[in-house]
Ligand binder design. Sequence first.
Ligand SMILES: [Zn+2]
Length: 149
Amino acid sequence: MIYITRKVEFCASHRLYNPDFPDDKNAAVFGLCNNPNGHGHNYCMEVTVKGEVDPETGMVLDLKALKALINEEIINKVDHKNFNMDVEFMKGVIPTAENIAIKFWEILEPKIQRGQLHEIKLYESERNFVTYRGTYSERFDREPSRTIG
Ligand SMILES: [Zn+2]
């Protein structure tokens, strides 16, 4: 088993809030990310696929194909967009790095042609990042209280 990673960057804005919380609780829970008019981040994402080396090509998968898939399914839909208002697959979801990484996983995982999606690492800033390996999707689906309308 070997792991291969594609790293991409994009810019997007968001506002973190839960419509079920009063304003002061939203401010306390989400801090600067609760700014009413939103704010931007320079996101960085690492998509790691695991698999065996194909003896005919010497590769797990073609990185050009992975690049095209990530661009088509993710980057074209989120770059220079607002996660709360412009991104269809984030509708009703609080756009934390955690939830964004989970959504990206759900989109990419069934579309990886060779090998298997192993990990999505999403940096919201240089120091803050989340790592997702697909293990919480069932829990996420069962928790409608985590979504917003
Ligand atoms: Zn933020």
